[in-house]
Design a binder for this molecule. Structure first.
Ligand SMILES: O=C(O)CCC(=O)C(=O)O
Length: 276
């Protein structure tokens, strides 16, 4: 008996490699989290900004609570089983009428994590739609292997390497619009991307990249992940940290070290390295 998703939703995810939308919290609750996040951005401008956008769940309890919300974990459990680890998070904020976009890619291309079987969850804290640059997926591509990516390092590209898969037929892609408080789920091999924000409001989403079960292991050295639910008999990852309070000193130090590690992994073998 599934815990949160319907059988149809589970079958859809297995067949097409994505699910959207999934209700998590109300618009009001999402608005409260957004206000807490934006207050923290103002309070700590040197530590939370467009480039310093990774692993904020290690320092902000509002995000830590969101990514372990029972509805989220129930949905993830329906897809990968009861033992759930979360690797990194990335804040994807697109400013109003801005040029930043995300090229076609598969999340697991440069993560070093095997097997490539996890689920990325993208939580909308504002509306995300065609105008404001929501994500688009190419259904069914999770059934393929990882395709070759070329590292463009494009200025407006929000991905670390600006990595891109050539030759995607836009007509076959599907938009994933969300209202605040909903999430989309995609398999770590599903091809996806997003266009710039042409709307007058900031489009803000938090991506958990990704939820894995304990079979997952890092092939590029030692790494952290947080056990969200169940047990982790394999202990392939060092335990992640939960913030006791916003930006508490231990949490900040942990995030700094984790971000360094994440960057080392994401840029392993790359020609250049950017600030995010
Ligand atoms: O926020 C976006 O537009 C893209 C995010 C993304 O590629 C992801 O979460 O995997």
């Amino acid at each position: 008996m599934p815990k949160y998703l319907t059988r149809d939703q589970i079958d859809h995810f297995k067949e097409f490699g994505y699910l959207c939308p999934v209700d998590v919290i109300s618009e009001d609750e999402a608005g409260r989290i957004l206000r807490q996040l934006e207050a923290a951005e103002k309070r700590y401008p040197d530590q939370i900004h467009a480039e310093d956008r990774n692993n904020l769940h290690y320092v902000l309890p509002c995000l830590d609570n969101l990514i372990r919300h029972p509805r989220v974990l129930d949905a993830i459990e329906d897809l990968i089983g009861p033992d759930i680890l979360a690797w990194t998070t990335t804040l994807f904020a697109k400013e109003p009428r801005s040029t930043g976009f995300v090229s076609w890619h598969q999340d697991s291309a440069y993560w070093g994590i095997e097997p490539r079987e996890g689920i990325t969850a993208w939580f909308a804290l504002t509306h995300a739609n065609e105008e404001s640059g929501c994500m688009k997926v190419l259904p069914g591509t999770h059934k393929d292997d990882v395709r070759p990516h070329s590292d463009t390092f494009g200025d407006d590209n929000l991905l670390t390497r600006g990595q891109n898969i050539e030759g995607i037929n836009e007509a076959e892609t599907v938009l994933m619009p969300l209202r605040p408080g909903q999430m989309s789920l995609h398999h770590v091999r599903t091809i996806h991307g997003s266009m710039p924000n042409r709307a007058d409001y900031r489009r803000v989403g938090l991506s958990v990249q990704a939820y894995f079960n304990p079979e997952a292991h890092q092939t590029l050295g030692s790494d952290h992940a947080v056990l969200m639910r169940g047990t982790d008999p394999n202990k392939h990852f060092l335990p992640g940290h939960r913030p006791a309070a916003e930006m508490d000193a231990e949490a900040v130090a942990f995030r700094t070290a984790a971000n360094q590690r994440t960057a080392d992994i994401l840029y392993a073998g790359a020609e250049k390295r950017r600030g995010f």
